[in-house]
Design a protein around this ligand. Structure first.
Ligand code: SF4
Ligand code: SF4
Length: 97
């Protein structure tokens, strides 16, 4: 699922990132990959700003303003039809629902 283009606030602080991979494991939309021991945002528009990655980063290397992506999912469902869904299933620590 894609959300509104170029609006997500997800950001990585390379100085703090250790490349542990926790963010990559918990992200429900495969937004982040670890390359050369650093987290990289590989699918920015796939971020729903759920905050799971931020909550699971032990090094304070991620930041996001939670909620905009979920709102975008709701708006998209109103425009294009269907049920709003962020796909996170609530089965990962820090997921939004
Ligand atoms: S969880 Fe934090 S330290 Fe680990 S790879 Fe992701 S951003 Fe880097
Ligand atoms: S805020 Fe959620 S969707 Fe966005 S990168 Fe982090 S875990 Fe993935």
């Amino acid at each position: 699922m894609k959300y509104l283009a170029n609006v997500t606030t997800i950001a990585v602080d390379d100085e703090r990132c250790t490349g542990c991979g926790a963010c990559m494991e918990v992200c429900p939309h495969a937004v982040i990959e670890v390359r050369e021991r650093k987290a990289v945002i590989v699918d920015r528009d796939g971020c729903m700003e759920c905050g799971a990655c931020v909550n699971n980063c032990a090094f304070g290397a991620l930041s996001v303003d939670k909620g905009v992506g979920c709102a975008a999912a709701i708006i998209n469902s109103m425009v294009y039809g269907g049920e709003p869904s962020c796909d996170c299933s609530g089965d990962k620590k820090g997921s939004c629902c």
